[in-house]
Design a protein around this ligand. Structure first.
Ligand SMILES: Nc1ncnc2c1ncn2[C@@H]1O[C@H](COP(=O)(O)OP(=O)(O)OP(=O)(O)O)[C@@H](O)[C@H]1O
Length: 291
């Protein structure tokens, strides 16, 4: 099977950067701040492949660069260096043509696209759920309206079809249809996450990005949201990138996992293997601390 998404040498530096940034930061130096120019190396030379229907976890302590990878993949931040390509076979024909790299079955480097083109890719192919629902939802707009807005962005125009799609998704995410016209600000934290999930799924994304989606929720609410994500992933065979500092979440959702520290991947492999037989000292600590 061929990868749906390939990321190569993903790097993000905050600050001016200098020729010594990469060789003076990372786990061996116990910092991601360059001692020469004081830039932050949020991630450096990260490679990964994501296969169709696969869930790839990104775990690590606070500041290790997990959210940076999600924000690069979602084009919220521009990469300092690196490439991201998608397999063309799963893309809508118009997009596959637009992004064609004639020599390859993968698209051109998506980081090289204009902002407009990146928005097209994002609207057609990606969904995202943030830890903070304020980032993913308009709190004063009805829940149905939040979903319709996303559908408009993805090119939908027929109001009736958008209403049907919103009801279908809210039902799937266990929001009572009777509350479809209410704004998310009226909802509990768990409900807001479920509306975010419904919105993120509305355009049938190939790729779903989850950034600490259950952090901050009560344990029982967390369990319900995670269960929902797991069943939706199976139903739609979604490919997902899941960021979490919680190994329980990673264990429940992810087939494979990358462990990050100071902007570098220190270990990656099958989640079971990483949890049962961690190789890197940092992963061993992480696993021991969460047992
Ligand atoms: N806008 C910014 N300007 C400067 N540095 C930033 C900026 N955003 C993030 N960083 C730095 O980049 C590094 C990686 O941040 P990132 O948010 O990716 O970490 P994380 O692993 O997701 O952490 P957390 O679990 O706390 O969200 C951190 O050192 C952070 O301070």
């Amino acid at each position: 099977m061929e990868a749906l998404l390939k990321a190569r040498r993903l790097s993000k530096i905050f600050g001016p950067g200098c020729s010594l940034c990469n060789e003076s930061t990372g786990p061996d130096f116990d910092t991601n701040v360059c001692p020469h120019c004081h830039s932050v190396v949020a991630c450096n030379a990260v490679d990964f492949d994501l296969y169709p229907g696969e869930v790839l976890g990104i775990v690590g302590e606070s500041g290790s660069g997990k959210s940076t990878l999600i924000k690069l993949a979602h084009f919220e931040w521009s990469a300092t260096d690196g490439e991201m390509t998608l397999h063309r076979s799963g893309l809508p024909a118009a997009l596959a043509e637009l992004l064609a790299d004639k020599a390859d079955q993968y698209t051109c480097n998506l980081f090289g696209l204009s902002q407009f083109q990146q928005r097209q890719v994002r609207n057609a192919l990606m969904g995202i759920v943030y830890q903070n629902p304020l980032l993913g939802l308009r709190m004063n707009v009805s829940s149905g309206g939040n979903i319709a807005e996303r559908l408009l962005g993805a090119g939908w125009r027929h109001i009736g079809k958008m209403c049907d799609r919103a009801s279908e998704l809210l039902e799937k995410t266990e929001i009572p249809i009777s509350r479809m016209d209410e704004p998310p600000k009226n909802f509990s934290g768990g409900m807001q996450q479920r509306v975010q999930i419904a919105k993120a799924l509305s355009n049938n994304p190939l790729l779903l990005l989850l950034d600490e989606v259950t952090t901050g929720l009560d344990l029982s609410v967390q369990a319900r949201v995670l269960d929902l994500i797991r069943s939706l992933q199976r139903e739609f065979q979604l490919s997902m990138l899941v960021v979490s500092h919680d190994l329980g979440v990673i264990n429940l959702l992810c087939n494979r996992t990358m462990v990050m520290k100071h902007g570098r991947v220190v270990e990656s492999g099958l989640t079971d293997q990483i949890l049962q037989d961690p190789q890197h000292g940092y992963t061993q600590l992480l696993v021991a601390s969460q047992l």
